[in-house]
Write a protein that binds this ligand. Structure first.
Ligand SMILES: Nc1nc2c(ncn2[C@@H]2O[C@H](COP(=O)(O)OP(=O)(O)OP(=O)(O)O)[C@@H](O)[C@H]2O)c(=O)[nH]1
Ligand SMILES: [Mg+2]
Ligand SMILES: [Zn+2]
Length: 339
């Protein structure tokens, strides 16, 4: 059997045709009322949604709907004769994190999020990568935290120096006002603290593949609940998460697991405005002699002066320059997250 084209490579017209054809087999009775729903996950042309009583339904999307539902979306939908239905409207999002898909389209990773937690593991922690997530979250107007998981791997004398270095880096971010912490899904370190940060909020867990996002989520969500989610999105036997999925937290609030993301969208940010999103640099950047200062070798650059005086870590300026350069090269507001 030929493999179906991945949904992200289809154009709008093709998507509408497929959506329309899927609904031919779904009978929605005329008296089925419009209801509110919460999107738990979206996969291809289907979304799994939950109604106000917590019942779950598989929905197609009406071809007239603009855009694709994402985990965390509030929608208006109608139930069919079985546990199926059709989404008729995606309600306005209070926030969203987007990534570039094909043909210049943007795909929403998750919607209506209060905080993004960027998860790293110690062996793959890079400030330049963390900074990319911080800028993308700030542009999206969403609070962000930096979490380094697998603290247990840093035990022992041989890792002492590296452990100190990681802790110093996290402190640098805390001084800028970010939540930043070393935790371990395996030995429980920092997990009480992490739980407190999640209560009554919708949090998106993101980060490179294999850093332990799903393992952290298992601290709050039962295996049974995760298994149900995996059956509907993945099929059996795969470890890697393939789509964003929302879970309700027993402590109140929601957590959204996501798959490793390769790039984020930084739509509409001019290269010379990126410094505004660097909390430690912005205050100095506004004091440079030239408005369009690149903070490179220009005279009277307040950012360079702050670095010389030890007020700004030079690695942050390196990060800023690398983001500006990649925006200039791509020119499409796409921020790569590969390490
Ligand atoms: N030592 C150690 N290993 C961990 C910890 N947390 C997760 N792991 C391991 O890291 C591997 C990847 O974990 P996952 O939770 O699947 O990672 P993920 O971030 O969800 O990966 P994707 O779904 O592919 O994006 C597994 O083998 C876990 O057992 C931890 O705190 N300490
Ligand atoms: Mg996962
Ligand atoms: Zn400057």
């Amino acid at each position: 059997m030929p493999r179906r084209k991945p949904s992200c490579s289809l154009n709008l017209h093709q998507r509408q045709r497929i959506r329309a054809s899927r609904q031919q087999f779904l009978h929605i009775p005329d008296d089925s009322p419009a209801q509110n729903g919460l999107v738990l996950a979206n996969y291809g042309f289907n979304s799994e949604i939950e109604n106000d009583s917590g019942e779950r339904f598989r929905c197609t999307v009406r071809e007239t709907v603009d855009g694709t539902p994402a985990a965390g979306d509030q929608v208006i939908w109608r139930q069919g004769n079985t546990k199926q239905g059709v989404i008729e409207n995606i309600l306005p999002r209070r926030s969203e994190l987007r990534r570039p898909a094909s043909q210049g389209r943007l795909q929403t990773v998750a919607a209506n999020i209060d905080r993004i937690m960027v998860i790293f593991s110690p062996e793959r922690f890079l400030m330049t990568l963390a900074d990319r997530y911080l800028v993308a979250s700030a542009v999206a107007g969403i609070d962000v935290a930096i979490i380094i998981n697998k603290a247990d791997l840093l035990q022992g004398n041989e890792f002492r120096a590296y452990r100190k270095e990681i802790k110093r880096d996290l402190k640098l971010y805390r001084r800028m006002g970010y939540l930043a912490k070393l935790v371990s899904a395996h030995n429980g370190k920092g997990m009480k603290w992490l739980t407190q940060q999640l209560t009554d909020q919708t949090t998106l867990m993101t980060g490179q593949s294999g850093v332990g996002k799903s393992s952290l989520i298992r601290y709050w969500i039962t295996d049974e609940e995760i298994r149900i989610g995996q059956l509907s999105t993945l099929g059996r036997g795969r470890q890697t998460t393939s789509a964003s999925r929302l879970y309700h937290l027993p402590i109140g609030g929601n957590i959204i697991d996501s798959a490793g993301i390769r790039a984020l969208a930084l739509q509409g940010i001019a290269a010379n405005r990126v410094a505004d999103y660097f909390r430690d640099i912005a205050q100095y950047a506004s004091k440079c002699r030239f408005d369009d200062c690149r903070h490179d070798a220009e005279p009277d650059c307040a950012v360079q002066a702050a670095i010389t005086q030890g007020k700004v870590d030079s690695r942050r300026l390196f990060s800023l320059h690398s983001i500006v350069d990649s925006l200039a090269v791509g020119g499409d507001g796409m921020l790569l997250l590969q390490d």
